[in-house]
Design a protein around this ligand. Structure first.
Ligand code: FAD
Length: 486
């Protein structure tokens, strides 16, 4: 039936539009809340747990683990700041982690968050079905459910609007299949009871860098296998250079231009073979080589839905797929693999489908953060966009080392980078490398979203002393001058 618009006078006479959502991650559950708010009859079908991979295996567990690592890395500067354990002048190095306790906390927190989401959807009157869903037609979803004894049943649900929010799964190399014990994907890490003796992380993208940093921060011996010249190949190169420097200083072994071809287990050891013939040995290996969309077995090809070569569902900026009435959000679309983006795509889909006011997704304004120590937060255009001529403007980078608060806190690594148009001074983008950069970036995100100028930013008061003072200072340095022409 497709697109539904709200009416005014005859609203009570019309049945509520039926919205069926496949997938209970952020793309799905945030959309469900919006659809309910707009008066739809909403069903969410989820095969494992509410909150999706984001809550149960990916974002929440990893960031909870990283919170413990962060606590430990913060104590690195303890000695410099004059802090010692009683009777021991080597306090920081004596802190140890009990990974069993950490992982128990991680799993409890994830389960509690999933329960909270389920309760919220229940309270809102959203129907939840546990089962595996696939499309039967553009307005009918088939759901396979199983009871505790393993008997399965199939039901169908008619829909006026369908949202696909099925997420993605870890990519596997046929020569490095995880066994869940020594060769692991990121979902299997939380069964570990003790720090791996030597953890080899294959892949230096965001996921690989976050886990390598976390296990190193927790006190583990970590080798990071990176196929590129530098870690985080898709990020700001200056930020990646700072992080790689910090990793090496903390004792992590970073192997650059090292492409892993296979991982094999030999008893309690793992061996990673590299393309150039070298081998790396460790006790465990984490595979972090990207993900693949969960778009098989959904019946999409039968409906003629357009998918990319990588299997992602093609969507426009209001989350419409190529099939009328069917929307898609989140990692199954490959727009940007972030929970915040999945949630926004899901909400946009419902605003659009149910006739509410909607603005298309502005991908450029998405704020992202890499949860390493220091964190790397980004928003808007990049320096690479400037260098390639995609945008005209100028860039200023200010190291944090000169910031008074940073000195007091013992922070030496990191910087603030802002990019702005020359004549108008409009802020186009920024990068912050700092502890809690994820919090600091919001002021830059506001400037980018609302097209504020560097003078707007510089004229706002920042606290003295504060790390955010460096954002104001960078903006001041970008003040348009007589020489500036676009
Ligand atoms: C290690 C790691 C850390 C991350 N950290 C962050 C972070 O800090 N911040 C951030 O913004 N993003 C982060 N991400 C990305 C984030 O996890 C994803 O972008 C987000 O989970 C996408 O949400 P989603 O709703 O599209 O999919 P998911 O969260 O994957 O949810 C999809 C759900 O659909 C269900 N499903 C699939 N197929 C079917 C079917 N046929 N029938 C019924 N149910 C089905 C699945 O069981 C799953 O629960 C991280 C990713 C990883 C791997």
């Amino acid at each position: 039936m497709g697109h539904v618009t709200n009416s005014t006078d005859s609203e009570e006479l019309r049945p509520a539009p039926r919205v069926v959502i496949i997938g209970g991650g952020p793309g799905g559950y945030e959309a469900a809340l919006v659809a309910r708010q707009l008066g739809a009859d909403v069903t969410v079908i989820e095969r494992s747990g509410l909150g999706g991979a984001a809550v149960l295996t990916d974002v929440v567990p990893s960031k909870t683990l990283i919170a413990t690592a962060e606590l430990l890395t913060t104590t690195e500067s303890a000695e410099e700041l004059g802090v010692y354990a009683e009777g021991n002048h080597d306090a920081a190095s004596k802190l140890r982690v009990d990974l069993g306790i950490v992982n128990r906390r991680v799993m409890e927190l994830a389960a509690a968050q999933s329960r909270d989401i389920r309760d919220r959807l229940d309270r809102e009157g959203i129907t939840l079905i546990t089962g595996d869903a696939r499309l039967r037609s553009p307005d009918e979803v088939e759901i396979t459910t199983s009871d505790a004894d393993g008997n399965s049943d199939t039901v169908t649900r008619a829909a006026d609007v369908i949202l696909l929010a099925t997420g993605a799964s870890p990519r596997e190399l046929p020569t490095a299949i995880p066994d869940g014990q020594r060769i692991l994907n990121w979902k299997q890490l939380y069964t570990l009871q003790e720090l791996p003796q030597r953890l080899i992380v294959v892949g230096s993208g965001v996921t690989g860098a976050e886990f390598a940093g976390a296990y190193n921060g927790l006190g583990g011996d970590v080798v990071l296998v990176s196929s590129r010249d530098q870690v985080l190949p898709n990020e700001d190169p200056d930020a990646a250079a700072v992080l790689e420097g910090v990793f090496r200083r903390r004792g992590m072994e970073v192997l650059s231009r090292a492409r892993a071809t296979s991982v094999t287990r030999h008893g309690d050891r793992v061996v990673v073979e590299l393309q150039d013939g070298r081998t790396v040995e460790g006790s465990h290996c984490l595979m972090a080589v990207g993900s693949v969309p969960n778009t098989d077995d959904l019946g999409l090809e039968d409906l003629g839905m357009r998918l990319s070569a990588s299997g992602h569902i093609e969507v426009d900026r209001v989350s419409r797929t190529s099939v009328r009435g069917i929307y898609a959000a989140g990692d199954c679309t490959g727009v940007l693999p972030l929970a915040s983006v999945a949630a926004m795509q899901g909400r946009i889909a419902m605003w659009h489908a149910l006739g509410d006011a909607v603005a298309p997704l502005e991908r450029r304004n998405v704020t992202a953060n890499i949860f390493t120590a220091p964190e790397i937060a980004t928003v808007g255009y990049t320096e690479a966009d400037l260098d390639s001529g995609k945008i005209a403007g100028k860039v200023v980078t200010l190291p944090l080392a000169g910031n008074a608060r940073a000195k007091m806190l013992g922070i030496r690594d990191g910087f603030v980078k802002l990019i702005a148009r020359r004549v108008s001074g409009t802020v186009l983008g920024g990068v912050i490398v700092a502890p809690r950069a994820s919090e600091l970036i919001f002021s830059v995100a506001l400037a980018v979203e609302h097209a504020l100028t560097v003078d707007d930013v510089a004229h706002a008061f920042s606290v003295y002393p504060s790390l955010s003072g460096s954002i104001a200072e960078t903006a001041r340095l970008l003040h348009p001058t007589m020489e500036d022409t676009d």
